[in-house]
Design a protein around this ligand. Structure first.
Ligand code: AMP
Length: 483
């Protein structure tokens, strides 16, 4: 869960990145940083907190230069600390280098231990730093070749921006798991996790950075490299379900239109007689509109969101998370009293939100509550950059529909099927033949796990930061069979 933004050749590069990061704030609220390349090499600023709190006008002025990259972070690997904030900036034998990464490398701890044995000294616990060290030990002559050599050793998801004194490089893993798009702002190149950041600065959306593409941007222009074996792409379906902003184009489709289509399929599969459809805002809005249109029912705002509190899921303490739902959402009593309500949410993780919402709506006098979810049950953790908990904490991993319904206290509960989700994606598809990573719903992980690791081991490394023994022989486990 991170957002990255970069610009090449702009008089106010750091200012543009600052604005871009504002648009990407939903992708990470823990820390933020900007690195800019100017006459004094690469200078950077990183701090914990929201973009609006991290930078001041004075600071942005000091970050002067014509090319810059920025990052907003919420950790899926590594601990929560300033040393893990990105962009990471290093001076190495070939000059200065800054890196901003969205994704997660599943073999990072193995690579890290091997590098440490050889003398590498790490400044953070984030997996992204492994790429820098792999580049530093490369004997290749130029940055792109050093990056290619490094990326050939990593296993996982990455959408990357690399800044040097004279280059901006954008790279996306061969599966294209996380998004990354390219735009133009007059003579400047811009690269962003999501296109909504282009809208803000008035840049034109050009295209996706292709899966497996390494795009080198220099004063001479741009050049693409495709150094990896071609594989079937596996775009993260959860970007559509929850993570990306609805006004973005992600993997070639409008996120909003996909969410609406998910709601329509949900209605086709699970509709019951009711008086109105209400979303859990904001992430349930698109699907609820689609659902209401499909069955010709009024779409109402039965819950109001307080936009000045962060997403509850990301608060680290259980205690705060429970409190957070009430902080964030409040029912409109007069709208729901005595009514049979279809409540739409985009996903259920631990079922904390749904349970609290149902209790609040019942207390306001709602007559019936039919909870509908515009995605299938989340049964497996993500190892590719979305922050989902372990299977133990994922309610759908250990409880059946009847048990979850009872726990949530809803009259009925239904999820969208995996087939329904795919139908919605196909209907809104810009390109036929797109395939998705839906491991969080199916347990079918597209990337093989490193060593002879089982799902249990990968889960414990990814979620509890356990370090593995690098001397273990590399035996590839096909996780598609083990699930
Ligand atoms: P929960 O309350 O644990 O069931 O979480 C589900 C709610 O959190 C839904 O309303 C989603 O919109 C939202 N959500 C789903 N996945 C995530 C995530 N990875 N990070 C933050 N929020 C999420």
């Amino acid at each position: 869960m991170c957002g990255i933004f970069g610009i090449f050749n702009h008089k106010y590069a750091s200012n543009m990145v600052y604005l871009g990061l504002h648009a990407l704030q939903h992708r990470g609220q823990e820390s933020s940083g900007i690195a800019v390349s100017g006459t004094n090499g690469i200078v950077s600023h990183r701090a914990m907190g929201l973009v609006s709190d991290v930078y001041t006008g004075e600071l942005i002025k000091k970050l002067s230069g014509t090319s810059a990259i920025g990052h907003v972070r919420y950790s899926t690997s590594g601990t929560t600390s300033l040393s893990n904030a990105q962009p990471l900036v290093v001076e190495y034998s070939h000059g200065s280098l800054a890196i901003a990464h969205n994704g997660n490398l599943i073999n990072a701890s193995i690579l890290r231990q091997k590098l440490e044995v050889k003398g590498s000294i790490f400044q953070s616990t984030t997996d992204s730093e492994v790429i820098i060290h792999l580049m530093a030990i490369s004997k290749k002559k130029n940055t792109v070749d050093r990056l290619i050599e490094a990326l050939k050793k990593v296993n996982g998801s990455y959408s990357l921006l690399i800044l040097t004194d004279s280059e901006l490089i954008a790279a996306r893993d061969p599966y294209g798991i996380r998004p990354l798009v390219l735009g133009k702002l007059k003579d400047s190149y811009v690269v962003s996790s999501e296109s909504c950041a282009f809208d803000l600065i008035g840049a034109e959306y050009e295209r996706e950075i292709n899966p497996g593409e390494i795009l080198l941007i220099t004063a001479q222009g741009s050049e693409s490299f495709y150094p990896f074996k071609e594989v079937k792409q596996k775009n993260c379906v959860f970007e559509y379900i929850y993570f990306a902003r609805p006004d973005s184009i992600v993997f070639g489709r409008s996120v909003y239109l996909v969410r609406k289509a998910l709601g329509m399929e949900l209605a086709k599969e699970t509709h019951v007689d009711a008086d109105m459809v209400i979303p859990i805002p904001d992430s349930g809005i698109g699907a609820a509109i689609g659902y209401a249109q499909q069955v010709n029912l009024p779409f109402e705002l039965g819950l109001i969101r307080n936009h000045y509190v962060g997403r509850t899921f990301i608060e680290p303490e259980e205690r705060i998370r429970h409190f957070g739902v009430k902080l964030k959402l409040n029912p409109v009593s007069e709208a729901v009293k005595g009514k049979r309500i279809i409540v739409i949410d985009d996903s259920i993780v631990r079922a904390t939100t749904g349970r609290k919402v149902i209790k609040m709506l019942k207390e306001c006098g709602a007559k019936e509550i039919h909870f509908r979810v515009s995605s299938p049950p989340v049964t497996h953790p993500c190892f590719y950059g979305i922050d989902t908990p372990t299977r133990k904490e994922l309610i759908a991993s250990s409880h059946d529909l009847k048990e979850i319904r009872k726990y949530m206290g809803t009259d009925t509960l239904e999820y969208l099927s995996v087939e329904g989700m795919m139908r919605a994606l196909m209907k809104t598809g810009a390109h036929a033949g797109y395939t998705f990573c839906d491991a969080c719903f199916t347990g079918k992980y597209p990337l093989r796990f490193p060593c002879q690791m089982t799902l249990d081991e990968v889960e414990s490394i990814a979620k509890r930061k356990k370090v593995v023994d690098p001397r273990k022989p590399y035996i590839i486990v096909d996780t598609r069979r083990s699930n």
